[in-house]
Design a protein around this ligand. Sequence first.
Ligand code: CA
Ligand code: CA
Length: 148
Amino acid sequence: MVIRLLIVVLLLGGVAARLVMLNQTRRFAPPTAGLDRADVKRAVTEGGDDVQPYCFADDVAVLLTVGKDGQPGQAEVDDNLNGVVDDRRETGAVGSDDECLGPADAGYHDALDRPGTLSISKGGFVECDSADDPPRYLTPDLGWIVNR
Ligand SMILES: [Ca+2]
Ligand SMILES: [Ca+2]
């Protein structure tokens, strides 16, 4: 009789511990709720001037900049191990402050005039008129929204 009572107490203790653990896990779990189409439409239509439509343009440059240190790759480092420190071929070196920028990125227009900036490709999203049924919107609350 005592053994049965002990087994029941252990089982109830295990169930209680499991319930406490599940409750704590749920509290720290990331939100899993997704956006539905109505949320997206509301963000776009009610966002007003804060929502910017973007259209793809195949003639805009994608830039590779030398970053804030003003030198290709890491300043004062021979990133590509060719014996020349800060040569142009180091632009975009991994681990450096060099940046790849498209027209929608902050600092793009300043980078166009900065010495050492390279145009590495063409094509990117640019601001356009909302009447064009743009493929993307940039919203302050949700970030990028793909329209189709
Ligand atoms: Ca740099
Ligand atoms: Ca080098």
